[in-house]
Design a protein around this ligand. Structure first.
Ligand code: ADE
Length: 230
């Protein structure tokens, strides 16, 4: 088993690299990939840069070039559900692209021919995450995550995404990583800690809580890794 841990921003993988202490840095396709051995298992860690295109490139590279067999994504998200507050964890049951729009041809939002509106995450890993959460006394909400190339800082847009996709949280990479992993048959797990409420204060909240929320998510991801290799 070779496990990938991916984030979008340096802050999202920094706590993981700190935990690993020693790793090898490989530059490939315009990015840095960090290879480490952790409790006898190979890990590949990277941040992709923000958005669907860069995250697609990184996820594909991790699978096709580095030969990973499991994908774990760690990062932050904007809350749509009023149940989710800053620092709370959400694990994606399924993911959708909220900015994919060929509705002019009669298709639903998020759909292209031969694709699907949602990509389902690996059920077994979601169940493992619930076991981990109860072991460490944390709450992890399972919900739908909507992804788009847009930092949402607008109540109206956020509510539209929530209503259209029945989504609980939004971010900028999850669905693209999901599409790649699904197409290449790699089980994936997308975890996010809330950094903001995708409203008019979102950019301030994001700046204030990026580091602490990214840390929450990364800590949980390492607990997942421990469980996977147990
Ligand atoms: N990631 C964290 N907060 C976000 C937001 N408001 N919009 C898009 N991606 C995010």
């Amino acid at each position: 088993m070779k496990i990938a841990i991916m984030g979008a921003m340096p802050e999202e993988i920094a706590p993981i690299l700190k935990r690993l202490e020693t790793y090898k840095t490989i530059e490939y396709a315009g990015n840095k990939y960090y290879e480490a051995s952790y409790k006898g298992v190979d890990l590949v860690v990277a941040y992709s840069k923000i958005g669907k295109v860069f995250s697609t490139l990184t996820a594909t590279t991790m699978i096709e070039h580095f030969g990973i067999s499991v994908m774990l994504f760690s990062g932050v998200a904007g809350a749509i559900s009023s149940e989710l507050k800053v620092g709370d964890l959400i694990v994606a049951s399924k993911l959708s692209q909220h900015d994919l729009d060929i509705t002019a041809f009669g298709h639903p939002y998020g759909y292209v021919p031969e694709g699907s509106v949602y990509v389902e995450a690996d059920r077994k890993m979601i169940e493992i995450s619930k076991a981990v959460a109860s072991e460490i006394g944390k709450t992890v909400k399972e919900g739908i995550i909507a992804t788009g190339d847009q930092f949402v800082a607008n109540e109206e847009r956020k509510n539209w995404i929530g209503k259209t996709f029945n989504a609980d949280a939004l971010e900028m990479e999850g669905a693209s990583v999901a599409v790649v992993c699904d197409a290449l048959n790699v089980p994936f797990f997308i975890l996010r800690a809330i950094s903001d409420a995708a409203d008019m204060d979102a950019s301030f909240s994001f700046d204030e809580f990026l580091e602490t929320s990214a840390n929450e998510s990364a800590e949980f991801i390492m607990k997942m890794v421990d469980k996977l290799i147990d």
